[in-house]
Design a protein. Structure first.
Length: 267
C-alpha cells in the first residue's frame, strides 16, 4: 500500500452519529422497532434515503412506503439497518475516471448489489443479511479511495494501461498501488470499528476458500453478487454464468439466487 493511499484511508472521517446509533440499536437484543425508527427520524436526509431505496422497483413493494415507521414495521431491523448503512456512500466525492467509470455507474452497481443481496437472503437466509447486505453495497468503496490516490499521485496511466492490457480490475489495482479494492475497504471498516465478521467476508470475497464455516458461505455469496453485477452496474449473460459457477462451487442457494435475479432484471 502506498503512503498516499494509507494517508487517504486515515483521513476518512468517522461514521455519522446516526449510523453509529443504529448499529448500537441493532446489536442490542433488548432494543425495539420503535428504537430503530426514532434513531432514523432524527436524520431527515437518512430518512429520505431509506424511503428512496425501499420504494425502488427492485424491491417489489406492492404499495408506496411513506414513513420510516411503516418501513421498519414491514421490513424489520435487519433490512432497515442494511439500507441505513448504504447511506455512508453519500459522504464520499466519487471520481472513478481512472477506471473509465462514472459516479452514476458506480452508484447503480452498488444499488443493484444491495438489491440482489436483499432479494436473495431476506426470506431464505435472513440471519446472513445484517452482514452480507451492507457488505454487498459498500464492498467497492475502497475503489473510490484508490481512484483518488491514483489521481493525486499522477499514476492514472498505470491502471489505465493495465486495464487496456487485459488485466482484471483487482490485478490492475495491485499493479498501480499494491493493493486491491477489498483490502482498502476492509482497512477502512476496521478503522470504523465495523463488525469483524463483515470485515472478514469483504477481505475474503475474492477467495472464500481462505475462510471457513458460515463466513465462507457469506464470502462466497458476496463473491457471486459482485460477479453478477459488473463494476459499471451492468448484468450480462457472461456475468451471470460466472456467478452461477461460484454458486455451484460453494453449494449456495441457486433457486433463491435465480428468483432474486429475476426480480432485479424485471424491475
Amino acid at each position: 500500500m502506498t503512503t498516499t493511499l494509507a494517508k487517504n484511508i486515515k483521513q476518512i472521517p468517522p461514521l455519522p452519529d446516526t449510523i453509529q446509533e443504529i448499529n448500537r440499536i441493532h446489536k442490542d437484543e433488548n432494543s425495539t422497532l420503535e428504537d430503530m425508527q426514532h434513531a432514523i427520524e432524527k436524520d431527515p436526509l437518512l430518512m429520505a434515503e431509506i424511503l428512496r431505496i425501499v420504494n425502488s422497483p427492485m424491491y417489489g413493494m406492492k404499495s408506496t412506503i411513506t414513513s420510516i415507521k411503516q418501513a421498519v414495521s414491514l421490513l424489520g431491523k435487519d433490512t432497515i439497518k442494511t439500507f441505513a448503512m448504504s447511506s455512508v456512500v453519500n459522504s464520499f466525492t466519487i471520481d472513478l475516471s481512472p477506471y473509465g467509470m462514472s459516479a452514476q455507474e458506480f452508484s447503480t452497481a452498488c444499488d443493484m448489489q444491495l438489491a440482489l443481496s436483499v432479494n436473495w437472503l431476506a426470506r431464505r437466509k435472513p440471519t446472513l443479511l445484517p452482514i452480507v447486505g451492507p457488505a454487498s453495497f459498500l464492498v467497492d468503496l475502497g475503489r473510490v479511495i484508490i481512484s483518488q490516490t491514483l489521481i493525486e499521485d499522477d499514476k492514472v496511466s498505470i491502471i489505465e494501461q493495465a486495464l487496456l492490457a487485459g488485466e482484471d480490475i483487482a490485478s490492475a489495482e495491485k499493479t498501480a498501488c499494491g493493493v486491491q479494492t477489498t483490502d482498502v475497504t476492509a482497512t477502512l471498516f476496521y478503522n470504523w470499528n465495523f463488525d469483524p465478521e463483515l470485515i472478514h467476508i469483504i477481505r475474503y470475497s475474492d477467495d472464500p476458500e481462505g475462510t471457513h464455516g458460515e463466513e465462507r458461505e457469506m464470502a462466497a455469496i458476496l463473491k457471486a453478487i459482485r460477479e453478477t453485477v459488473m463494476p459499471n452496474g451492468e448484468i450480462t449473460e457472461d456475468s451471470i454464468a460466472v456467478a452461477k459457477d461460484t454458486i455451484e462451487e460453494f453449494n449456495l442457494d441457486l433457486e433463491g439466487y435465480e428468483r432474486a435475479l429475476e426480480r432485479l432484471l424485471n424491475h
